[in-house]
Structures are given as C-alpha cells and as structure tokens.
Design a protein around this ligand. Structure first.
Ligand code: NDP
Length: 239
C-alpha cells in the first residue's frame, strides 16, 4: 500500500500509542491525536519518524470541526482509528448507574467516534478511498454480554452499531469501516495482569486500518478474524 495519512485518537498512550508506532513503521504519515498537548508532544517525540502530534479532545462536542481544522493544516486524512476510550466501569450496576460515568462513556466511546468519523468520512468518500476503524471490545458484543461494566458495554455495543451504519452508508465508495476488539491488553485501562502487550493488541487494528480495496466492511474482528456482534443466528455485516 502507498503511504497514507492516518489519524489515531488517544494516541499518546496504551494501544493508541502502539497503533501509531506500527503505522509509522509501515511508512504512513501518522497524526498522533491527544487531548493534552504536552502528552501528545512527548509521545510523538518517542516515535519521531513520520509522526506529528495534534490536539484533539473527542468529548468536547465539536470534533467534526476540529478534525476539519486538522485537515486544513496537515492535508487529507485517509485512515481514521477511533481508539480513544474511557471507563471500564467494573463494580458498577446497571440498576444503580453513576450517570456521570455513563455520560462520559457515551460521550467519548460513542459520540467522539461518531463525530470524528463524520468530520472525515465526507472527504474520504469524495476521494474514493478511506479506512475507519472503531476500537471496540468483546464487552460490546451482545453474544457475550453480562450485567457487568454497564456504561462501557453499552457504549461499545452502540459503537458496534455505529460501525454497521457507517459501513452501510459508505458501501461501494472505497471507504471501509470495521470494528476491532484488541483483546485484553496491558494498559492503564486493561491493567498489568492482562495477557497481551499493546503491540499485540494493536496488530489487528492496524490490519483493519490498512485493508486492501476488496477487504471487508461493516464487520467485527479480533486477531484478524471475524467475531460475532450478537447472538448466533442474528449475525449481520457487509462484505
Ligand atoms: P488507556 O486508558 O490506556 O488509554 C486511553 C486513551 O484514550 C488515552 O490516550 C486517553 O488520553 C484517551 N482519551 C480518553 N478520553 C479522551 C478524550 N476525551 N479525547 C481524546 N482522547 C481521550 O486505554 P487502552 O489503550 O487500553 O484502550 C484503547 C482502546 O481500546 C479503548 O477504546 C478501549 O476501550 C479499547 N479496549 C481496550 C482493552 C484493554 O484490555 N486495554 C480491551 C478492549 C478494548 P489521556 O492520556 O489524555 O487520558
């Protein structure tokens, strides 16, 4: 694949940082997006080759315009990785929710990804090429759902629905949209007992971000393999 320009939200640490490293190592120009400019600068310096920091808080509500400004400065963005995520709310109950946590989880994990996608998808469609990857979770698959982590699980299930809707809308335009679960990864969110490194978690995401033109769209993957969104018999997706 020719060199592309990729924007990775929440790129300053954890899986997002590993995604930036892998994309840069493949020769792509990477816009490492962080909500804190100092953290973004510091992270981009640790990779250096092909990486530029950009400031992007996906929870501020005007992300569509904010990514438009990023494109004015850095040029068209071909690959979007909606990686920023918050609140794996273990210990919370669906029947006594902390509404602040619910609100923040939906704001970052769903609306941030939605607005960022809207901000960039029109340009991708016009240019006839684009890749959007929503970093999701098995916790958002209805096939796996239990009562735990209510805010997080519901936000990721909604992100999965967003993936299907975007893929359907963009079908046949050259823009492929998929959701990827990175597995259980050693980060601030995953904790240090998780069984995967950030690089291992990032692998399937970078794969989906660099799919060939005949690649799938509107599907859900872990380790480069399809996983179910919902109960058996109710699978959906576009290929
Ligand atoms: P971390 O908590 O390590 O990192 C989260 C990243 O998101 C940070 O860069 C953080 O920035 C950024 N972020 C949070 N809120 C915002 C915001 N409003 N605007 C912009 N950036 C923001 O998480 P992981 O690296 O583990 O997770 C990355 C993705 O992978 C998430 O979507 C998560 O749900 C998903 N995932 C992770 C799993 C795991 O086991 N770790 C398992 C399944 C899915 P800052 O440094 O400023 O806080």
């Amino acid at each position: 694949m020719n060199s592309k320009t990729a924007l990775v939200t929440g790129g300053n640490r954890g899986i997002g940082f590993a995604i930036c490293e892998l994309l840069a190592a493949q020769g792509h120009k990477v816009l490492l997006a962080a909500r804190d400019p100092a953290k973004g600068d510091e992270a981009a310096k640790r990779i250096s080759q092909g990486v530029r920091p950009v400031v992007l808080d996906v929870a501020i509500g005007n992300t569509e315009q904010a990514v438009g400004l990023v494109e004015e400065v850095h040029g068209p963005i071909d690959i979007l990785v909606n990686n920023a995520g918050v609140h794996y709310d273990t210990g919370q109950s669906i029947l006594s929710p902390d509404w602040k946590i619910v609100d923040e989880a939906l704001s970052v994990n769903l609306l941030g990804a939605w607005q960022t996608s809207v901000g960039l998808a029109h340009g991708m469609r016009k240019r006839g090429w684009g890749r959007i990857v929503n970093v999701s979770s098995g916790a958002g698959a209805m096939s796996d759902m239990s009562s735990g982590t209510p805010a997080y699980s519901i936000s990721k299930a909604a992100l999965n629905a967003l993936t299907i809707k975007l893929a359907a809308e963009l079908r046949g335009t050259g823009v492929l949209v998929n959701a990827v679960c990175p597995g259980w990864v050693r980060t601030d969110m995953g904790g240090m007992t998780a069984n995967r490194s950030p690089e291992e978690g990032a692998d399937g995401i970078v794969w989906a971000a660099t799919l060939p033109n005949d690649g799938p769209s509107g599907d859900f993957f872990r380790d480069r393999r399809r996983i179910p969104w919902c109960a058996p018999g109710r699978l959906s997706g576009f290929t």
